[in-house]
Design a protein around this ligand. Structure first.
Ligand SMILES: Nc1ncnc2c1ncn2[C@@H]1O[C@H](COP(=O)(O)OP(=O)(O)OP(=O)(O)O)[C@@H](O)[C@H]1O
Ligand SMILES: [Mg+2]
Length: 327
């Protein structure tokens, strides 16, 4: 099976992958026979095609999602890079899932446990995580419910930390020159778009944060994209999906969500600070240099974007960060 192009989306999940997923599920649940999948729904997203699946296992409904990532048609080089990145992520997922399962189970946080992965076809079947995307589940941050909501966010923070710890078992990720190669484009954009005073402070702050990092410890495979569509919650449960196992700076994933909690409209204004504190207290390491650098870079990436509520927030936040002694 070949990876899909954005123009050639699959209309059904691959039969061999489904069979493999049924076999894994039967093994996990100690079932004598292979469950049969029914495809309930097909969803075409910008960068993937998803199929929601169900099967009856020993009288109980089990749901799973088959996902096929799509690479661009247009730019062949970009498609190759994306292909390589997704393959690498799926190979990492195969290795790290058992470690992650132990750690997440301990924290009471769900994740999209893989049942079958085909790195060549950029396809996988994963168990369903309960809940709705956090952006739509923000009612849990409203008065009367916020204690529960804050507890869910603390668990998300702890889970992002556990993912980084599990990701550390995947071995060395990147070195100091690679970190500079990642930061350079953001600084270049900032030089073009931010005013000279801010830029002078950034040119001073970023190198000192970079040199404070112990790169061996700070560069880890991690979730990478805990956007509000990749964190699912209901009143009592929370889980993460859509891990992109790649090398990041420790703290980069939690910085991403912390920044979004600070400015996106789905978080009630009066709960922003509490929501962010809960997330960071669960993460528990938000004062290490790699966190400061990650957060500063996350804010910088938004600050250089065209004018929008997010970029305006990011410019103010950047000013605030640069005015304090730590980023
Ligand atoms: N294992 C799962 N459990 C529960 N819901 C899922 C699962 N996989 C996918 N979904 C649903 O499908 C949506 C998109 O899935 P996913 O994030 O994997 O795709 P994506 O192409 O990366 O989308 P995005 O770019 O929005 O992150 C999720 O927000 C969720 O609603
Ligand atoms: Mg997603």
């Amino acid at each position: 099976m070949r990876p899909t192009r954005t123009s050639g989306r699959p209309l059904a999940p691959d039969a061999r992958l489904l069979e493999q997923a049924a076999r894994t599920l039967a093994e996990r649940r100690g079932l004598p026979a292979l469950p049969d999948w029914t495809v309930l729904q097909r969803q075409e997203r910008r960068r993937s095609t998803l199929f929601r699946l169900s099967a009856v296992c020993a009288g109980v409904d089990v749901h799973a999602w088959a996902k096929v990532d799509a690479v661009d048609d247009g730019d062949a080089a970009a498609a190759e890079r994306r292909l390589a990145r997704f393959r690498e992520s799926l190979l990492c997922e195969l290795r790290v899932a058992p470690v992650l399962e132990d750690r997440f189970c301990h924290l009471g946080v769900g994740f999209d446990v893989p049942l079958a992965i085909d790195p060549e076809a950029l396809a996988a079947v994963r168990l369903e995580v309960a809940g709705r995307p956090l952006g739509r589940a923000a009612t849990y941050l409203r008065p009367g419910r916020q204690k529960r909501g804050l507890d869910l966010l603390a668990r998300v923070g702890a889970a992002l930390r556990a993912a980084e710890d599990a990701g550390a078992t995947l071995g060395p990720s990147f070195d100091r020159p690679a970190l500079h190669r990642r930061l350079d484009p953001y600084l270049q954009q900032a030089r073009e778009r931010l005013d000279v005073g801010v830029m002078a402070m950034l040119e001073d702050r970023i190198p000192s944060l970079v040199s404070a990092i112990d790169i061996e410890v700070a560069a880890v495979h991690a979730h990478g994209d805990p956007s509000p569509t990749n964190v699912l919650a209901n009143g009592t449960q929370v889980g993460l999906i859509d891990f992109s196992w790649r090398p990041y700076l420790a703290g980069e994933s939690v910085a991403h969500l912390a920044a979004r909690l600070s400015c996106e409209p789905w978080v009630p204004d009066r709960w922003r600070r509490k929501a962010r504190d809960a997330l960071l207290s669960g993460y528990g390491r938000a004062n290490v240099p790699s966190w400061h650098l990650s957060y500063l870079v996350r804010v910088l990436r938004w600050a250089v974007k065209p004018d929008s509520p997010t970029s305006r927030w990011a410019r103010d936040e950047l000013d605030r960060l640069l005015a304090t002694s730590t980023a």
